[in-house]
Design a protein. Structure first.
Length: 137
């Protein structure tokens, strides 16, 4: 599971005993924010934030499979992200929504609302998660 933090996202698993076991964290991409939106899509975690310049981080949860909870990992934005979508007007979004059937994710409430869709919705194709693109709808 992923847990939003002001300065990033923490990763934990629920043990057989029903306890949380901390595995590590991914720092924020820009500045801290009290708003971090995290959604799962297949094995990916899609992480948005209202922090300017954050964009949308795409993290592969398979990286957590071999972590020993006795040695939690701090992941790197430059080394460990599968992809990073930087095409938000000022790099921030209020929500992220996923659609696994179409390989699209959606930034909702992106600010400022200067794109073709004035309601702040930006469509993002993650068919290739290492190269997320917007079709410009």
């Amino acid at each position: 599971m992923a847990i939003g933090q002001q300065d990033g996202a923490a990763f934990a698993e629920v043990t057989k005993e029903g306890k949380l076991s901390y595995l590590g964290r991914l720092p924020q991409y820009s500045t801290p924010s009290t708003w971090r939106e995290i959604r799962g899509q297949n094995n990916l975690m899609i992480i948005g934030s209202e922090a300017e310049g954050h964009g949308i981080q795409i993290f592969d949860m398979k990286k957590l499979l071999d972590i020993d909870p006795a040695s939690p990992v701090t992941f790197s934005n430059s080394e460990d992200l599968v992809g990073h979508f930087k095409g938000l007007p000022i790099g921030r979004t209020h929500n992220v929504v996923t659609n696994p059937e179409t390989n699209f994710i959606y930034a909702v409430g992106a600010q400022p609302r200067t794109s073709d869709c004035k309601s702040g919705i930006i469509f993002i194709d993650i068919s290739d998660p290492s190269n997320p693109t917007s079709p410009g709808w």
